[in-house]
Write a protein that binds this ligand. Structure first.
Ligand code: KG4
Ligand code: ZN
Length: 326
């Protein structure tokens, strides 16, 4: 089956084509316009999607050597995400589906992040544990089977990506903060400052990062000449330490042998290294870097999976900015 995927949940405009579980073309346009504001401005993000979607779909089909007539379905992010940006993508996708007479499926962005791991390793098998770490979510899932997911724990306040973004802002770095902190941390001493790790009582699978961010704020207030490399490295380690510890407990509690890491923070190299070093004996999978952050390949892939099972959305399906997975 040949499916076009469209992703506009936040500030990446992305389009991709999936054919029989293989991505044959994928384009991502990150909206750098938000950098100067230190965060995403929803109204601007929606307008940017609107401006570029048509051309990107055209280019993506061209690159894949696929004509509009060959498409067999459209998959688009239904939620969670910003309402304005979701509406832009969903309305565009609905117009295309109506015009071409194709079935359409509204895809859950979080579920798609998890399924990006099947693109990383087609041999991946259920059940597995997924640490889902993005700008808006930090969740630990027991993925038992297709459409059978159990939430084991999630953040009570800030998401891990948010902790990176807010931390970067405190350190005077730009948005998105994850890659900036990672860059700044290079060569720094991760043990220079003992930032707090919250909710670390054995087998507590909930997360909390707001105290960590506050503690960074106080530290910077009290140490005007702090070594930024050491601060960034220590702050990064505090986040990664917690994520890896909870992932380990999640694996132990379920006796799962495989875990996957999904979402934008999965691009973090320290997280990737620690998951390989500290979860010995377990199979650890994470997507390629461009499949960790927002992309349409994961939307097209999961959309194709649904459509090929005969599952589709009604043409009047709504956007769901707070869409849940289970
Ligand atoms: O999944 P994603 O692209 O968008 C959401 O669905 O939220 O995740 C974006 C988040 C941002 O908070 C960004 O700072 C973080 O992922 N991120 C990283 C890295 N690259 C992106 N965090 C840590 N290290 C990175 N290398
Ligand atoms: Zn995402």
């Amino acid at each position: 089956m040949i499916v076009l995927g469209i992703e506009t949940s936040c500030d990446e405009t992305a389009t991709a084509v999936c054919r029989d579980g293989v991505i044959i073309s994928s384009h991502i346009r990150s909206q750098s316009i938000h950098e100067k504001y230190g965060g995403v401005i929803p109204e601007i993000a929606s307008r940017e999607h609107e401006k570029f979607l048509n051309e990107m779909v055209f280019d993506t089909l061209n690159d894949g050597g696929i004509s509009k007539k060959e498409l067999e379905g459209i998959a688009v992010t239904q939620g969670p995400g910003l309402s304005g940006t979701l509406i832009t993508g969903v309305c565009f996708a609905k117009g295309l589906a109506l015009g071409l007479g194709l079935p359409i499926i509204g895809v859950n962005h979080l579920e798609a992040h998890i399924f990006a791991n099947f693109l990383a390793d087609p041999a991946l098998e259920f059940p597995f544990i997924c640490l889902l770490v993005s700008g808006g979510h930090t969740q630990l899932w027991h993925v038992k089977n297709f459409k059978d997911y159990q939430l084991m724990g999630e953040t009570r306040d800030d998401a891990a990506g948010e902790a990176f973004d807010k931390g970067a802002r405190i350190l005077g770095l730009s948005y998105p903060g994850g890659p900036e902190i990672e860059k700044m941390a290079k060569g720094g001493n991760p043990n220079a400052i003992q930032f707090p790790r919250a909710m670390m009582k054995k087998n507590n699978l909930e997360f909390s990062f707001s105290g960590l961010k506050t503690s960074l704020l106080y530290y910077m207030d009290e140490h005007k000449n702090a070594n930024l490399k050491d601060v960034a490295a220590s702050y990064q380690l505090a986040i990664i330490d917690v994520l890896i510890t909870k992932l380990k407990w999640g694996l132990e509690n379920t006796h799962c042998q495989t875990c996957v890491i999904a979402g934008g923070v999965a691009a973090n190299l320290l997280l990737r290294d620690c998951s390989l070093n500290k979860l010995s004996g377990k199979k650890v999978i994470f997507p390629d870097l461009d499949l960790c952050t927002d992309n349409a390949a994961m939307i097209a892939y999961l959309g194709e999976l649904y459509l090929s099972k005969g599952i589709k959305s009604a043409i009047d399906f709504p956007i769901l900015p707070n869409m849940k997975m289970a």
